[in-house]
Design a protein around this ligand. Sequence first.
Ligand SMILES: O=C(O)CSc1cccnc1C(=O)O
Ligand SMILES: [Mn+2]
Length: 623
Amino acid sequence: EVHEIVVPHIGHVPVAKGDFKYLPKQVQDFVTQWVDVCQPRAVYICDGSVEEAEEITAKLMERGTLHKLTKYPNTYICRTDPRDVARVESRTVVCSVDRYATECHTKDGAASQLAHWISPENMDAAMQERFPGCMAGRMMYVIPFSMGPIGSPLSKIGVELTDSNYVVLCMRLMTRVSHDIWRVLGNNEFVRCLHSVGCPRPVNYRVVNHWSCNPEKVIIAHMPDDRMVVSYGSGYGGNSLLGKKCFALRIAGRIAYDEGWMAEHMLIMSVTNPKGVEKFFVAAFPSACGKTNLAMIQPTLPGYTVRCVGDDIAWMRFNKDGQLMAINPENGFFGVAPGTNHQTNPNAMAALQRDCILTNVAETADGGYFWEGLEDEVDKDIPITTWLGKPYKIGSKENYPSSHPNSRFTAPAKNCPIMHPKWEDPAGVPISGIIFGGRRPEGVPLVIEAEDWKHGVFLGAQVKSEATAAAEFKGKQIMHDPMAMRPFLGYNFGKYLQHWLDMEKPGRKMPKIFHVNWFRKDQNEKFLWPGFGENIRVLDWMMRRVDGEDIAEPTAVGLVPKEGSINTDGLNINWKELFSIPPDYWKGDIHETRRYLEEQVGDDIPPVLRSELDRVEARVDAM
Ligand SMILES: O=C(O)CSc1cccnc1C(=O)O
Ligand SMILES: [Mn+2]
């Protein structure tokens, strides 16, 4: 076995684990290149085994980064530096030679919200400023991982180099990490991922919560042409688990554009009705708008069964029979903890009974976890320690909230009791419906069906939602989040929309496209729709529409359910208000959609989409 690597500038670097010569030559070159730059004290080639996880967990517990929750087997809690708690959109960039391969020709040079470009020169400068020597005194972990079942023709392989053992543990839960990857990869293409917390040793400042990070110098950069991602300064979630947003959406989106498939910010689920008919849906909602909850709903209608394939990312491709097939490229869930409880998502709670890592949640004195939403599920008087390490009691204002609004659970998908038997099927699952949606407290009906594919792409492009905690926006503004992909684009959004439009080809069974809004309120700020398990009623209506039942009627904004065609037995629903399409609201909304698309996509708006915008706007203006 080769127990060291020889690199030009620093000579011999020990290989603490694994056999370097077993790696494919192209991976050896990738590792050697960055060992030489980052200068770690040693290299650790991960194999994804339980033993490896136990070894690294013990190391993190010893250091105080991870704390064991005795109430649940193999479950740990982690607190970050409070400055490192969410995706950092302002520091997330995409590098391309031509600026407009990444950004759109925005109107009047407005700053792009849809992907932030960095020039190759500025990329190099940013790398030079950060990576040389950044891993001094640290271990470089080499993580071989597959997005999608190992060996599936729809899967893609990545290799992440990182100096964070927290990332090693989470990547093992979120992706498929295995020694077998090397054999499956051979000399094929792989996505290069380089991550550092940006804290070379010796560090001469106090590290908060044993969580090394370098917030001032955070950069999350993508080089789609080179199929590469580099991330520096943040240890958290989508910034550091590079298989997730960086690879599976931004880089994969560009690969999908080149290869003719789709990488989308979507859950994948199946619904089986009392007659035993099963249909699969994907749904794209902005961050923290309930994808995990919908993917795992417990139907309230008798005789319906919902199963989960994935809760956040879908890779989709039309097969030779013209059927759209989807896989979940991930292996676990990295879900928002606050608001998750046995009422809102009993299946997620079932997946949180063992083998999880919880980040920035609170801890109960009896060795359990706590977050906002669990008040009725723990002993009212139990002493709680907040994510900031402060004392908290349920009902108290002091040290509220107990958990960071973007605190997360990292859980292996296999522990979710309703995973579909085909959730790892290499061929994927057949998609009948695509659902867009967002948090719209006003004016938007419970469900709208697109008249056709291009109208559906328009419904996706006009997605908006009240801001949430998953990124750095604050407050209750209505934010645009076209296709629910605004933070996750890897190339020109106009080209991305054209790519969607180009998916429609003769011989293909184009899925129906819908838009949902669970969050409409009446003038007293009361929700008009109960949501959660009751959403099965809307999915049932969609299934019947897919089968062509005459239960929809046309409106200026699309097809809506005929009165009474959604089963509302047992509910007290104000149908009129829930489905009203207030002309003034929609006139304002469609003009805001035009303003946003003109400003942010400008000349890159695909002509077919522009004509959809004109067509719908004319109908709304005539209301
Ligand atoms: O990556 C983070 O730190 C939070 S963002 C996130 C995590 C899992 C799934 N989706 C998202 C998102 O922002 O869409
Ligand atoms: Mn997401």
